[in-house]
Ligand binder design. Sequence first.
Ligand code: M6R
Length: 619
Amino acid sequence: MCGIVGYIGNKEAYPILIKGLHRLEYRGYDSAGVALINRRGELSVYKSKGKVSALEHSVDGKDTTGSIGIAHTRWATHGEPNEVNAHPHYSMSKQLALVHNGIIENYKALRAEMEKNGVVFCSDTDTEVLVQLIEYVQHRHECGLFEAVQLALKSVVGAYAIAVLDKAHPEQLICARKGSPLIIGLGTSDQGAHEFYLGSDATPIIEYTDKVIYLQDEEVACMDGSGALEIVNLANVRQTPQTVTLQMSLDELEKGGYPHFMLKEIYEQPSAMRTCIRGRLDIVDKDVLLSGIIDNKEKFLNARRIIICACGTSWHSALIGKYFIEEAAQIPVEVEYASEFRYRNPVIYSDDVVIAVSQSGETADTLAAIQLAKNRGAFLYGICNVIGSSIARATDSGTYLHVGPEIGVASTKAFTGQVITLFLLGLAIAKEKHTLSDEMFHMLVDELQRIPDKMQWTLDHNPNIDQFAQMFTYCKNFIYLGRGYNYPVALEGALKLKEISYIHAEGYPAAEMKHGPIALIDEEMPVVVIAPKRGMYDKVVSNIQEIKSRHGKIIAVVTEGDNTVSQMADYTFVIPDTRDCYVPLLAILPLQLLSYYVACAKGRNVDQPRNLAKSVTVE
Ligand code: M6R
């Protein structure tokens, strides 16, 4: 959602903070701000509406010196995105400045209480309540910042990751978290002095150090300019942090010559999928080795059901996973919108396996859904991309995607990585349960190994999508149709288009057309049909005929060499032949490109579409 950066050391903080904000901008981007304490002990806050570049512009010519600072890029929750509501927020005396990710649920009660006691607020945000509360506690208890933060957070209900500066303590940077991620980077300057970096994820830190500490819920850390680090919980009990080495390179965070991260990530899919299956598919022995399944074999063998909780694109990949796991491993699978699951009273048995699928591993709804399942005794399995993320840590076991950082807000390689990981999981369980014949199992393993090459083929054999996309920039609506494994592809294709082009799009199971949506078809309506020469091909051909006879424009994804659908369609994308279940991994690629080029032709900000954020850490 929002992004936090912090620095304390002996370098100039401002360039580090600004660079960090640019790297975090994918998380939220409606306003940005920075707070610095200069060498004369003055605390300055600069903020502006819009992107980080607007902040840089507004700060031009101002004093940005100092070697301690905090910064923030915001995705508005409470209060509209404007300069006043942007972070950092000052306390009333302007002694303190604070940045915050998350939501304070009892902020109204806290604010009312402080207002009664003379505290004056100047923004609509829940965040300002936090900084005022810390100052209020400092005065009441006559204590320093570190203690005041601990005391104040005890009365806070909600989720937070915060970083605070106190003009009276220019040698201290304090941070704390609950339910919102925060990472401390442990650096050493050229002169050999200790320095600390702070980030809501590792992206602003990796350039300086790969040694990090993931702050745990209800921990408060004090980073001192002398190099000392102290971490306590809210009861002021000292904690022993674990230092972790990041497995991420700076190159993975750059655009590498592409105009947008999204395009880079689309084209990265063949190599990212090779990494995803590396060490997990054994082609010589025709085997699948997934340590999460091997280590928890009994849980999966005895599972009454699998429930997959996810949101957005991850929900779509979960649906493909359901079809495959049920077919291959013969276990009933339910796919739940995490946001719904957490608020109804679902039946969860202690012999259920609950799988959370989440690229970021930070999605608040998914995290809450698995916490509910944990309370009911289910075994929790996480499928995440971000290493060390909250969901990865909250689950009993799991599998990382290993597709590299995904920066574009619209998910692409994480989707295909999730689908492959769910296939690996289904195959690994099927092997243990002997629900597939050896012949079928080997064939599925062999073909999965070929998928990265077939993805490359697909990317190479669909040229000119950029020119073709120009024709659709004036469309107001799109329909996407698919059957079986390709129904979730239709949903995902439609989501991609609406997210980044702002054109309304809906995905349907193709056979559902006749039950209502067919009324929408006319010569203005582009209909994208996933029609591989597999599965229910003949039935999809009939669906296409129904659309043609109502003058809809057909864009079809067809198997190489197909003539029937190609002749009926106004435009075709080709994919190589593959097993029915693996078609989604190929069919989604031209649909991602179509969305990308339509959005570019409409002049949209593809990597940072309006109103969206990369990790949705609020409900
Ligand atoms: O990080 P997650 O996979 O849990 O995120 C879930 C959704 O918010 C996410 O997939 C969203 O739909 C993307 N913007 C899709 O492109």
